[in-house]
Write a protein that binds this ligand. Sequence first.
Ligand SMILES: [Zn+2]
Length: 466
Amino acid sequence: MQPLFNHYFEPLAAVGAGPDGRNCLAYTAEEDLAHERFCAQLRALGVVPQQDAWGNSYGTWVGTGDEGCGPLIAIGSHLDGVPNGGRYDGVLGVAAALVVLHRLQQQGWPGRLRVIAWRGEESARFRSSCLGSKGASGLLTEPMAAQRLDAQGVSLRQAVQGCRGQAPSPVAAGMALLELHIEQGPLLARLGRQQQRPVVGVVSAIAGSRRQRWQLPNIGVARLAALLLAVHERVATLDSPEQPLRVTFTPVQGAPNVGRDHTLLRCRDPQQAALLAAVGSGTVCGPNVRFQGPHTFHSGGQPMNQREGVDQIIVAARAVVASSLNEGLQWPDFQVQAGFHLQLDLRAGDAARMTEALAQMLPLVQGVGGQVVELGETPADALSSSWAMQMQEVAQRLGIAVLPMVSGAGHDVQVPPLSHKGLLFIASQAQGVSHHHSEAVQMDEVVAGLRLLEAVVVAHAAQGGA
Ligand SMILES: [Zn+2]
C-alpha cells in the first residue's frame, strides 16, 4: 500500500515545498496547482473532476452497482497549509482518499465514493478557517466573502474568482463524510511507542474553545513561572488522554520578540510553562546555564522556525528549571515587561470541564493582581458517536489498535450539516508540534489508517448507510 500512497501523496505534497516547509496558502497559485494535480489524479482513475463555486475540487465514482443503490460516501481533506507548514496536514487525507478509491476500483466494489479536496482550510491568509467546506455548506456567503480581506486587502470573494467552478456543492443530503488527518498532538505517537504498534485515532468530537486575555501587572519572572505552574497543576487534574484539555498561552503584548512557535508556549508541561516565563523576560540566568530568551530563537526579525533552535531552548530551559527547583534556588527576579498580556486558548470536548478549568484559573490570575478579558468562544462539535463506535468495531476485526479521542483542532469534516461524519487520526512523529515543517509520519501507521479508512467505507456501504 505504501507505493500507492506515495504515488498520490508526493505530487500533492511537493507543491510549494521548500527547505523551510511547504507554502501553499488558501486561494493562491500554489493551491490552484495542487488542485490541478488532484484533478489529474482523478482523471487517471477514470473519474471526471468538478469544481464548485468555492473552488473545491471533487469527483464521484460509481461502482459496478446501480447508481442509487448504495449510500453516497465521501472522503475529503484540504491541500492548503500554513506558511512553512508540514507536508502531511491535509495532503495526507486527500492522498488517502485517492488510495481508497484506487483500491476499491480494483476490488470491483459496487458502492459510490466521492473524493473531495477542500479549499482554504487554514486561517493563515483570511483569518478564518474551513473556507471551502463552509462555502459548500452554505455557512459562508458571497457578501461575507466580499468583506473578508487578507493582509494585502484582497477579498476572499476576489480570491475565489480564479478557481470558481460551475458544479454543485459536493455536500449532498444524506451523504456520509470521512476525513483522515494527521494528529496535531503527541498522544498517538506516544501510545504507538509504548505498545510498539500503530495506533489510529477515532475522533468522536471536536473540542470547543474559550479565549481570554490575561492582563498581568509587572510581576517578576519567578511569580509568572509560579502562576503558570499553578495553572498547570490545577488543569492537569481535569485532563486525561481520552478527554484532553489543551491550554495554549501566547504572549500578545509586552514580549514582542517571542516567536510564534507554539511548541514553546504550551502549558501541558510545567517546564515549558516555566519556559514561557523565561522567554517572556528576555534573558534568564540559572545557576548552571545562561541563555538568551527571545534572541536565541530569532534572527533578522523573522520568527524562529527552526526545530533545532527550538530544541536548544527547551533543553536549556529544562536545565535551568530543574536545577533551580531541585536545589531550592531562587531565580533572579528579572522583571516581566509592564503590561504583559498573555492570550489563553483553552480547548476541551465538553463545556463543563472548560468552565471548571476557567473557574480554577481565575483566582490565580486575580491573586497576582491580573485581569481577565473574555475574547470569545467556539462551542464543541460532536461527530457521529454511533459511527465512531462502529469504526472501533471495524478496527477490532482488522486487528488495528485505536484510541478514542477528542480533536483539539477544527477540521473540514465537522462543517457540513450531515448526520454521518467521521474523523480518523494518524500519529504525528513531531512531539506534538502541529502546523510545522517538522511534521512526520511512520509508514506503518499511515498504512493502518488507510486500511481502517477503506474498511469503514466498505462496512458503511454494506449496512446501507445506517
Ligand atoms: Zn489540516
